[in-house]
Design a protein around this ligand. Structure first.
Ligand code: CA
Ligand code: CA
Length: 269
């Protein structure tokens, strides 16, 4: 199994080198053409960086691409996990570190999906799904603005990304790795299995032999606002009794004492 993965990796690297000189080459599963630095990300007005896993740039990238129709069997999605604290978040955009093979920059749609965690993998039913969010691709990163906020309560989630790229005219796009990161290893899937990884369902980057098969975290930021995620509601403040309620309590207490006194007196008779 390891030999197969190493063979896949070696052929992927060779194909990546070939792809630079021949745009018509088959899509590849790894991209070592440029090591990704930490970019200056887009932070839309009014939003806060809620989660940041970009401080440890890696040396490779995983495909995260919705190919044009004649290459649909290569359609793939990469995802990594993050933790939302008590109180929740309302996510409004996602930034990923990315590299492209053909120098495309500009606007393109991207699918962004938020999954609940299911035992260290994305759960089957998304919490929020945006099949055609507006993405802006630069030489170093891709910023994706969600068409509406995604409210997430406290817990562990996965964000999956697949950017629309026409392979013939725009080449490939790769979500850059990080040398270290938090939570579970990032995952990847290619339902049509044209990459030959066997990862028709989500599995870790190393298991799928994508992104070089070595680093296992991806570079990304989650942006939005704190709160609004349906987190654990705060306990309502305990109200002090009003003056009239105090009077009533004292009266009831006094009657109870008198009653007790009366019972004790009668019991002595
Ligand atoms: Ca497609
Ligand atoms: Ca992770």
């Amino acid at each position: 199994m390891m030999i197969n993965r190493k063979t896949l990796l070696a052929s992927g690297v060779a194909a990546a080198i070939f792809a630079v000189s021949a745009a018509s080459a088959a899509p590849v599963a790894s991209n070592v053409s440029s090591a990704a630095a930490q970019p200056i990300f887009n932070v839309p007005n009014g939003s806060t960086v809620l989660f940041d896993q970009t401080a440890n740039p890696g040396t490779n990238g995983a495909p995260a691409q919705n190919f044009s129709s004649s290459y649909d069997s290569y359609d793939n999605e990469a995802a990594d996990d993050f933790v939302v604290p008590a109180g929740g978040w309302t996510v409004s955009s996602v930034n990923i570190i990315s590299t492209g093979t053909a120098g495309f920059t500009g606007a393109t749609p991207a699918a962004v999906t938020f999954y609940p965690d299911a035992g260290g993998l994305p759960g089957a039913t998304p919490v929020c799904s945006y099949p055609t969010a507006a993405a802006t691709v630069t030489a170093t990163d891709t910023s994706i603005v969600l068409p509406s906020g995604c409210a997430l309560g406290a817990g562990t989630y996965w964000v999956g990304v697949s950017v629309d790229f026409n392979f013939v005219t725009q080449g490939q796009i790769f979500w850059s790795t990080q040398s270290s990161g938090s939570g579970s290893q990032a995952v990847w899937r290619n339902p049509g299995d044209a990459f030959g990884s066997g990862c028709t369902n989500f599995d870790t980057l190393p298991n799928c032999a994508v992104a070089g098969g070595v680093e296992s975290q991806l570079g990304f930021q989650i942006l939005g606002a704190v709160g609004g995620g349906g987190g654990v509601p705060a306990e309502p403040p305990r109200e002090l009794p009003t003056l009239s309620q105090w009077s009533a309590l004292l009266a009831v207490g006094g009657l109870a004492l008198l009653g007790l006194f009366g019972v004790r007196r009668r019991s002595r008779i």
